[in-house]
Each structure stands twice: as structure tokens, then as C-alpha cells.
Design a protein around this ligand. Structure first.
Ligand code: SAM
Length: 268
């Protein structure tokens, strides 16, 4: 029997779990609230499940898809949309400034492959000044880590680094049956909106990152133990923090304040 022209088998290495549940697709699109003149990019359009509604609302939609076998399918499906543009590329290496320059702040959408979601979010955060918001489908556990507050089970380095740069909203959960093939885990939709101005500013961002990483590398220990190598030369008065707490007890504001006490502003 002759194969249909656009038969495409889901590839594990590209993290392909295609959305098939129309009510979930509708809910995602409703949450994004796309406007006609938005500067909108979708990462990993796949077979166009979300793309078709996005491009109806925003005809200048651009998409970035790594799997070259999907490109003819997308080209044929959206041939009538003159403003629609496909970039056959790896989103992890993509220079998002090329979409930001000269345009309005970028809006990013993606049902992301789970294996690249965290590095991709950090890659996108390096362009945050040109980004208005990002709506992602991720593994539910990752969304819970991104949105977690102090003392919650999922609170950790990812929560603090994401919330340093963005307002994080866990919008709704998506069960495995909504995809083909069904993933082994639950998924969820998250909205990340980069702060216009950072609410807490670390004087030395690399050191702040090291502080958070070090604190959570031994999360069951007290800060006195886990941060021993960083705080040894400082008195309790200088640090102004209760070191009998654990990493999970400190808020983002606490971490930034501690970082700024340990590593003050560098001379301009
Ligand atoms: N948006 C579609 C949907 O909801 O049905 C597909 C989602 S599927 C989970 C992930 C998509 O991202 C696939 O189309 C896959 O080929 C694409 N992809 C995987 N790695 C990528 C990368 N590094 N850059 C861009 N796209 C990628």
C-alpha cells in the first residue's frame, strides 16, 4: 500500500509527543491571548497542533523546528499564510535577537521536548530584555519546581533562578492521554513573564548563582554546614542571617541579600 505523503512517525530523540486533545489546545491558546500584531514565535510546532490556531490569530507567526522531516508538512499546511515563517533550526542555539531586533517584545510559545526544557529556558532568559512572555508545556514536576515557594518540597535552585528573572505562573495541568504517543509523566502549562526591572538585584550574578548552587547541593544540611566555605570569614553580624536554617527556608530576597553581603558591588 502506498504511504500517505505526510506520514511522520514520532521520534523519541526529538522529544515528540504530539498534542491531540483539542480542548487542551483551546485552553492553551486562550491563556496566551494572541493579538494580530504580536511578535510571536513557536518552538517545536511539530505537526501544527497549536500552530494552526496561533497563525489564525497572528498571521506573522514564526516557528522554529529541528526535525527537517516535518518542514514539508508545515509548509503545505500553512501555505496560505503569507507572513508565516519557518526556521529549520535548533532552538537551543538559535539567536533570538534576530526575531527581537526592530520588532515588538517577543512572545514565545512551545510544547517543549522535556529533555531540553531547562537549558532552553536559560538560553531564552539570556534574551529576556526583548521577551514579553513565554508559555510552555513542560513536565509537571519541572513546572512545580519553577513555581515553588520557600519551604515547599519542590523549592530549589531552579525556582530561585527562574523567579530572579521572571514572574512564574503554573496555569493548568495536562494528563498523558492528551498526547500521541502518551508520555510517562504528567505535564503542565507555565507562563514565564520576565520582570521589567529585577525586584532583587544581585551585585555579582555569577556569585549569586554559586551561592544558591552551593546551598542546595546539600539541602538537608544547615546553612552553617553547606555554606561553610563561603561564609567562614564573616561574622554573624555581618551576614545578618540565621545559619541554623536550611537552604529551602531562604527566600529569593534572602539569597540576594546574603549574596550582596558576601560579594558587594564591584567598582564601575
Ligand atoms: N507543538 C507540537 C504539539 O504540541 O503537538 C509538537 C510538540 S513535541 C513535544 C516537541 C517538538 O519540538 C517536536 O516537533 C520536535 O521535533 C521539536 N524539537 C525537538 N527539539 C528541538 C529543538 N532543539 N529545537 C527546535 N525544535 C525542537
Amino acid at each position: 500500500m502506498k504511504k500517505p505523503a505526510f506520514e511522520h512517525r514520532a521520534r523519541k530523540r526529538f522529544g515528540q509527543n504530539f498534542l491531540t486533545d483539542q480542548s487542551i489546545i483551546n485552553s492553551i491558546v486562550r491563556q496566551i491571548a494572541v493579538k494580530e500584531d504580536d511578535n510571536l514565535v513557536e518552538i517545536g510546532p511539530g505537526k501544527g497542533a497549536i500552530t494552526s490556531q496561533l497563525v489564525d490569530a497572528c498571521p506573522n507567526l514564526q516557528v522554529i523546528e529541528l526535525d527537517r522531516d516535518l518542514i514539508p508538512l508545515l509548509l503545505a499546511q500553512f501555505a496560505n499564510y503569507r507572513g508565516f515563517k519557518i526556521h529549520q533550526a535548533d532552538a537551543l542555539k538559535f539567536d533570538f535577537n534576530t526575531l527581537i531586533e526592530g520588532g515588538s517584545p517577543l512572545r514565545v510559545v512551545g510544547n517543549l521536548p522535556y529533555n531540553i526544557s531547562t537549558p532552553l529556558i536559560f538560553h531564552l532568559l539570556s534574551f529576556r530584555e526583548g521577551i514579553k512572555d513565554m508559555h510552555f508545556m513542560l513536565q509537571k514536576e519541572v513546572v512545580m519546581r519553577l513555581a515553588a515557594k520557600p519551604s515547599e518540597k519542590n523549592y530549589g535552585r531552579l525556582s530561585i533562578m527562574a523567579q530572579y528573572f521572571c514572574c512564574v505562573e503554573h496555569l493548568f495541568d495536562v494528563p498523558p492521554e492528551s498526547f500521541e504517543p502518551a508520555p510517562k509523566v504528567d505535564s503542565a502549562i507555565v507562563r514565564l513573564s520576565p520582570h521589567g526591572e529585577l525586584p532583587y538585584l544581585a551585585h555579582q550574578p555569577d556569585k549569586f548563582d554559586t551561592l544558591v548552587k552551593t546551598a542546595f547541593s546539600q539541602r538537608r544540611k544547615t546553612l552553617r554546614n553547606s555554606l561553610k566555605s563561603l561564609v567562614a570569614d564573616f561574622s554573624i553580624e555581618e551576614l545578618n542571617i540565621d545559619l541554623s536554617q536550611r537552604a529551602e527556608n531562604l527566600s529569593l530576597a534572602d539569597y540576594v541579600a546574603l549574596s550582596n553581603r558576601l560579594w558587594p558591588k564591584l567598582n564601575p
